[in-house]
Ligand binder design. Structure first.
Ligand code: HEC
Length: 135
């Protein structure tokens, strides 16, 4: 009886630990994984959504499930770029913002945070070059 209880305790505690650690760990290996929008969403989830969410009202809204339709082939209101211009990373405002120097405060994203890893920036560029597919 106690043995069983111990097992359950171990198991739940183990699950608890796993769920704690995965929260801050990337869902993708940005150096090696094939292109997928899930991995792009993973970048947004970890680095952008806390500010760019539909209730926070800072565009573009990058929440899972609605981000794609808000950014791909969508014009930025105040400049000549699109958020994501399929096949043209250097005409894509999101790509320019994350690959910018963080010294250029007006453009750089994530705002007030360290620059994303080069692997993530390269991954985003490869995804746009591939036509910004949803899958
Ligand atoms: C700490 C909050 C915060 C985080 C994190 C953040 N942003 Fe922003 N973002 C803002 C704010 C605020 C603005 C409005 C312009 C400004 O104040 O610089 C903005 C503006 C933008 C714009 C221009 C939007 C427009 O229509 O003018 C883009 C694109 C953008 N962010 C993308 C991103 C991406 C991609 C990430 C994640 C890699 C990110 N941001 C992370 C706060 C944030």
């Amino acid at each position: 009886m106690f043995r069983k209880f111990n097992l359950i305790l171990c198991f739940t505690f183990g699950l608890f630990c796993i769920s704690c650690t995965t929260e801050s760990i990337d869902i993708c290996d940005y150096k090696n994984d094939p292109i997928s929008y899930d991995c792009i969403q993973g970048i947004f989830d970890m680095n952008c959504v806390e500010c760019h969410n539909i209730s926070g009202a800072q565009k573009p809204y990058l929440d899972a499930g609605i981000s794609y339709q808000n950014i791909v082939d969508k014009d930025v209101e105040w400049n000549e770029y699109k958020y994501i211009y399929p096949e043209y990373p250097y005409l894509s405002h999101i790509f320019l913002a994350i690959s910018n120097s963080n010294l250029d405060e007006n453009w750089f994203m994530p705002k007030n945070r360290p620059k994303l890893s080069q692997d993530k920036i390269d991954y985003m560029e490869a995804w746009i070059n591939a036509g910004a597919p949803l899958n």
